[in-house]
Design a protein around this ligand. Structure first.
Ligand SMILES: Nc1ncnc2c1ncn2[C@@H]1O[C@H](COP(=O)(O)OP(=O)(O)OP(=O)(O)O)[C@@H](O)[C@H]1O
Length: 676
């Protein structure tokens, strides 16, 4: 094509001029190269209006069928993105790899306005057809791009601005392009960031969908990033082989391509096996557990699950804890429930005689759907025990839905529990929300820290329990529900009833049976617990020296199992593969070490001295703290206990940063893992 400036079309003149000179004044190289392709390769003329290219309805249907799983994964995310943009003059568009629009979200008004340009399902926006544009140029460059108004090749599109990002399939190939086309050219950088996040969500969903028979594994070097968009995600086969990975997984593991990672197994990547991570994830209630990078001193936090497709085969995940230490291979009794599946073992330990009896009682009462109330100090394992009850109950095939009434603002508990209809109140999600009670239908509803339930909601909850039906906010509809109720509290509910802070009728309704879980210091299976949690945190090769074990056994554990887990986590990290000794337990080591001969006898004495909920501040004198520091230590321990050893919450309460608090804790010899 000859590059002839034409009269009256300044945009076309500019395009020809840039192509001839080979650079763009504003420096957008991707656009310059695209213009050049349009002129030289596709022989397009920027000033000549074109009929939009559109494929037939039948051809569109064929393409939609071919990309059904991508469209399904993208549909919800595209709607959410559209809502986030809050721009009525915009459309969120998904094209296939030929630039054919297969799905679009916009207002009917904007859709009608842009329809004549071919911006609708079936429209073809490849560069060869539509010149430089977000979708087509993103495909051609395999790169995110914003094409603002006059950067479009054809004059007819210079009213629009589009930003587009590629979407990759689990093999690393581009499978689609996600685009936002708008009248506004403002905030393109912001739109590109949102598009990138949405594309990642679609890619993660696609991995789940295409590899539903594989074990999903989530990891990150920081525990708080696991289960977020930044996490590395793997789909792992039964034999531990990596079948798929997302982009963040590649990045974190320092790999260049999907091909590179797909030739690896879990034990090539981490110093552990798939089975080990699965077991530890299960026993930590799917909170991230430590996994070290193979052949490198890099620590990750990871969670792995059984394949989603196994959900339909509950026996595989189902397990029953009996009087034995429930460790790998010790779960033969699970067979009594009909399955001795290879995936069944958990390291949850319920060997203590009271817990064995409680579990047996619970199993009998839940057979008749009697509500169970669990009482016990903070961190004593109430949620873990509730899960064990669920797994033995007739509702085991349904979901276990946990709601922590203390961690939700009062105003949110109601909508969280009961759900709401679209637009039920200001700030409600447009699509409405299915409440936790409905989610628990057919399964178990676990109401943790029930004492924190506001009084007016107590009345609503009572009604649900009586009527066995729920009415979401903003609706008149009622839905019948059938679930096993387990609630828990570390506070003494009868005292709250006496003080008028908890409804008596609800208390009796919740406490069909009331079970007291012993604090860790009183548990007879403490040694097994220490070993099990240590294996969980440090891997099965982690060893405990004799003196360290004596210290752990003698400690009063005011924060119970949660505190034990923190201490063992940091000890395993400090020991770094060597045997754990006294020096890896700095806060415990400050206490006088009981001699081997006296250790067993010292245990109940220490426990008694500590009393219910007592702190280990009695350790302070041995650490050589001055009286002010000793006081500070005592106050911090109390606060940690109050906030269930959640460092972020304590930092918030004290109005200091987490780092400042960690430094303080370290100085005062309060051992807590920075992971939490
Ligand atoms: N039987 C067990 N075996 C191994 N680990 C356990 C067991 N019970 C609890 N844990 C661990 O102890 C920690 C606290 O458990 P959980 O959340 O169940 O306590 P809780 O009593 O519900 O706490 P809170 O009172 O703060 O709600 C978790 O990290 C959990 O993995």
């Amino acid at each position: 094509m000859t590059l002839m400036p034409r009269q009256g079309d300044r945009h076309a003149d500019r395009v020809f001029d840039v192509v001839r000179r080979g650079f763009h004044e504003e420096g957008n190289d991707l656009v310059t190269r695209s213009w050049s392709r349009c002129v030289n390769q596709y022989q397009l003329d920027p000033g000549r209006a074109r009929e939009p290219a559109v494929i037939t309805a039948a051809a569109l249907q064929t393409r939609r069928d071919r990309h059904a799983d991508v469209i399904e994964c993208a549909r919800y995310e595209m709607t959410t993105l559209y809502q986030q943009l809050a721009d009525a003059e915009s459309a969120v568009v998904l094209t296939d790899t030929d630039g054919v629009i297969v799905h679009m979200v916009s207002s009917p008004e904007f859709a009608a306005e842009v329809e004549p340009m071919g911006l609708h399902a079936g429209g073809v926006w490849g560069e060869a057809e539509a010149g430089t544009n977000g979708m087509g140029t993103c495909l051609a460059a395999a790169h995110p791009i914003s094409v603002r108004r006059e950067e479009h090749f054809f004059s007819q599109f210079t009213q629009l601005t589009c930003s587009a990002v590629p979407v990759f399939d689990p093999t690393g190939e581009i499978i689609a392009v996600l685009d936002v086309t708008s009248r506004s050219s403002l905030m393109q950088q912001h739109v590109l960031v949102l598009l990138g996040m949405t594309a990642r969500m679609i890619e993660n969903r696609l991995i789940d969908k295409r590899f539903s028979n594989a074990h999903p594994m989530h990891f990150h070097s920081r525990p708080e990033f696991v289960y977020t968009l930044h996490e590395g995600k793997l789909a792992v086969g039964d034999d531990g082989r990596i079948l798929a990975a997302n982009r963040s997984a590649l990045f974190q593991l320092g790999m260049q391509s999907m091909d590179e990672i797909r030739s690896q197994r879990i034990d090539d990547l981490f110093q552990t096996s798939l089975e080990d991570i699965l077991q530890r994830s299960l026993s930590s209630s799917f909170h991230p557990v430590v996994a070290y990078r193979a052949k490198a001193a890099l620590r990750f936090f990871a969670v792995a699950r059984r394949p989603a497709s196994d959900a339909a085969a509950p026996s595989r995940a189902r397990l029953v804890s009996t009087g034995t230490a429930v460790g790998a291979g010790a779960l033969g009794e699970a067979g009594a429930e009909g399955s001795r599946a290879r995936n069944a073992p958990s390291i949850r330990t319920f060997k203590d005689a009271r817990l064995v009896a409680h579990l047996d009682t619970a199993r009998r009462v839940v057979a008749r759907s009697t509500p169970v109330l669990l009482c016990g100090e903070t961190g004593s394992g109430k949620e873990v025990f509730a899960r064990a009850i669920h797994e033995t109950s007739p509702h085991a095939d349904g979901a276990f839905v946990a709601v922590n009434c203390a961690s939700l603002p009062e105003t949110l508990i109601e909508s969280e529990l009961f759900g709401y209809k679209a637009g039920a109140f200001t700030g409600a999600q447009r699509s409405g929300r299915r409440g936790k009670i409905l989610q628990a239908d057919g399964g178990t509803l676990f109401l943790d820290e029930i004492a924190d339930m506001p009084l007016d909601l107590q009345a609503r909850l009572l009604r649900v329990l009586d009527e066995r039906q729920v009415t979401p906010l903003g609706t008149e509809e009622t839905h019948p529900v059938d679930f096993q109720l387990v609630s828990a509290s570390h506070r003494h509910l009868p005292s709250l009833v006496r003080d008028g802070r908890f409804r008596e009728d609800l208390y009796y309704r919740l406490a069909g049976i009331e079970l007291d879980l012993p604090p860790l210091r009183d548990r007879s299976d403490k040694r097994e617990l220490i070993q099990a949690i240590l294996a969980d945190e440090g891997g099965s090769a982690c060893r405990l020296g004799e003196e360290a074990e004596r210290l752990l056994m003698a400690h009063p554990w005011p924060g119970n199992l949660r505190q034990l887990r923190h201490v063992l986590r940091s000890a395993a990290a400090l020991a770094d593969g060597k045997t754990i000794t006294r020096e890896h337990l700095p806060s415990l080591a400050a206490r006088p070490a009981p001699s081997a001969a006296h250790a067993p006898a010292a245990l109940p004495a220490a426990a008694e001295a500590a009393g219910a909920g007592a702190s280990d501040a009695d350790a302070a004198p041995a650490i050589k703290l001055n009286p002010i520091q000793a006081n500070e230590r005592q106050v911090l321990l109390q606060m940690l206990e109050q906030h269930r050893w959640n460092v972020s919450n304590v930092a918030k309460a004290l109005d200091v940063s987490r780092n400042t608090l960690y430094r303080k804790l370290h100085k005062l010899h309060i051992e807590i893992s920075p992971a939490d």
